[in-house]
Design a protein around this ligand. Structure first.
Ligand SMILES: [Zn+2]
Length: 330
């Protein structure tokens, strides 16, 4: 029996036996209890909420939300929360099951609401046998790529936070949702969001300026999974992912051979590892092609506190610095 079924049974058990009344734990004057699906949303929510909120992530620093399996303890945590912040776009495919198990009745904020969803270019990095994207856009995506984790991915690219302009939309949605859940502090959420958005706007402008200086011939890089589509679109780079949209799929020997050929033919200079993924595939690709490992990018999770990417802004700055250093070196 797989972990999925064990966890599912545990979650269902929790839902049946728990006697905790929903919403009973938030006393006036206490920070608003918020659960964020992953570490990047935890930071965005903290930036908007400040001391008025207490935000716990379900998937923590360096964690991989694509293959996450919630525990009964996390269902209990969600049950006690007043607000849930999720990404949406099918990123958290395990969320409906968790919400049901927790009997969550609080305010839900889907942070990506209103962004321009990235259309998946057909055949670009998604033509593996086990991909989750382009070929299935608009079609049934429920039958052939469930790899035992009990979830599937839709046709949308969920990694919208990698474009700083989208993060600004996330922040607006979070501020609005927090104000709805805690109307007494609405003005403070609005003020903190406005201040944070000013920093994000400056960051976005700075990225545009710095990446514009990279020569066109040096703008293609290899990464582990297809997490940087929005980043590439916003800042004029091209990422070739070894895996598809999710970290679940493994490239076949044929995929790898095609990739080796592509890296050589297009003279792709740099390969980037990820904080949430096993580096071995890309180390192999580097050995076979002579393309340098350009460093480690933060894709779907922050670093732990004290690391180089423990906030969203630090994460974007760290990724930009790693990319620019490698792209300008050649
Ligand atoms: Zn991802």
């Amino acid at each position: 029996m797989s972990n999925f079924y064990l966890n599912r049974r545990a979650l269902l058990g929790l839902a049946l036996t728990s006697a905790l009344p929903v919403g009973s734990v938030w006393a006036a004057g206490q920070p608003l209890p918020v659960v964020a699906s992953f570490s990047i949303l935890q930071d965005l929510t903290r930036q908007v909420g400040g001391d008025l909120v207490s935000v716990s992530p379900l998937v923590g620093p360096d964690g991989d939300a694509h293959v996450f399996e919630p525990t009964p303890q996390q269902a209990r945590q969600l049950q006690q929360a007043k607000v849930l912040v999720s990404n949406g776009l099918d990123f958290e495919s395990w969320m409906p099951r968790l919400k049901k198990a927790a009997g969550f009745k609080g305010q839900e904020i889907v942070a990506s609401q209103g962004i321009a969803v990235r259309a998946l270019p057909k055949g670009q990095g998604h033509d593996h046998g086990h991909d989750h994207g382009a070929d299935k856009a608009g079609h049934d995506h429920d039958h052939d790529h469930d790899h035992g984790h009990g979830h599937n991915h839709g046709p949308n690219d969920p990694h919208a936070w990698q474009d700083v302009k989208n993060a600004i939309i996330y922040v607006r949605n979070i501020a609005k949702g927090l104000a709805t859940a805690d109307p007494a502090n609405a003005a403070q959420y609005d003020k903190q969001a406005t201040q944070y958005i000013a920093r994000l706007t400056a960051l976005d402008a700075s990225l545009r300026q710095r990446f514009a200086a990279v020569p066109a011939a040096r703008r293609t890089v290899v990464s582990t999974h297809d997490a940087f589509g929005y980043f590439a679109q916003a800042y004029g780079l091209r990422f070739v992912p070894v895996r598809g949209l999710s970290t679940e799929s493994e490239p076949s020997a044929r995929d790898m051979a095609a990739l080796v050929k592509q890296v050589r033919e297009e003279r792709i200079g740099a390969i980037f590892l990820e904080n949430i993924s096993d580096p071995r595939l890309l180390e192999q690709l580097s050995r076979e092609t002579g393309a340098a490992i350009g460093g480690r990018l933060y894709s779907d999770a922050l670093s732990p506190a004290g690391g180089p990417a423990s906030t969203y802004i630090d994460m974007v700055e760290a990724n930009a610095a790693t990319l620019l250093k490698a792209l300008q070196a050649g």
